[in-house]
Design a protein. Structure first.
Lengths: 111, 112
């Protein structure tokens, strides 16, 4: 089993839709969780850290469920510019400084 | 401007010819890291460094070396590159107290 798993998608949604991604992780001791966004052939960019209490930044909401070992990302009112690949990241099994990336979920927002 | 820079951005080389990819950050970050990205496999961490002279293996360190002699620089060395090291490489750094990564623009390496 992979340490971090994501549905590769693509999720194809119309503008204005609400879309949610989940990411499961296998290390119950992971302490840090993040969502990144990556546009084609570009470097990943931090979207948000994921805190135990959950956090929201504008149209984006991230949640952590430690009991079921997954993190989620909700995007409301999707824009064309949200089209990208979304990567979840958790700290690794043998070191809290090691970062494990999921393979990403591709989102396509259509007009 | 706060940034992570990598050089070269593109490189085509031949098997066995030693090469170095440089990474530099101007944000006084302590944590730096190298990743490779391959289709279907996502980003995989090669090495990371928590501070000067402190480095540790990531998930795929075989065939790579790193050094951290100064805080701002974290070069990636391929002593004897092989075709399976053809990939897109990213360097990243994090501010103190967090693992939120700022990434460089990437280096596309082809080993023939």
């Amino acid at each position: 089993r992979k340490e971090v798993e994501q549905d590769p998608g693509p999720f194809n949604v119309p503008e204005g839709a609400t879309v949610a991604f989940n990411c499961t992780y296998s290390n119950s001791a992971s302490q840090s969780f993040f969502w990144y966004r990556q546009d084609c052939r570009k470097e990943p960019k931090l979207l948000m850290s994921v805190y135990s209490s959950g956090n929201e930044d504008g149209r984006f909401t991230a949640q952590l469920n430690r009991a079921s070992q997954y993190i989620s990302l909700l995007i409301r009112d999707s824009k064309l510019s949200d089209s990208a690949t979304y990567l979840c990241v958790v700290t690794g099994m043998d070191s809290s400084y090691k970062l494990i990336f999921g393979s990403g979920t591709r989102l396509l927002v259509r007009p | 401007e706060a940034q992570v820079t990598q050089n070269p951005r593109y490189l085509i080389t031949v098997t066995g010819k030693k090469l170095t990819v440089t990474c530099s950050q101007n944000m006084n970050h302590e944590y730096m890291s190298w990743y490779r990205q391959d289709p279907g496999l996502g980003l995989r961490q090669i090495y990371y460094s928590m501070n000067v002279e402190v480095t540790d293996k990531g998930d795929v360190p075989e065939g790579y070396k790193v050094s951290r002699k100064e805080k701002r620089n974290f070069p990636l060395i391929l002593e004897s590159p092989s075709p399976n090291q053809t990939s897109l490489y990213f360097c990243a750094s994090s501010p103190p107290g967090t693992l939120e990564q700022f990434f460089g623009p990437g280096t596309r390496l082809t080993v023939l």
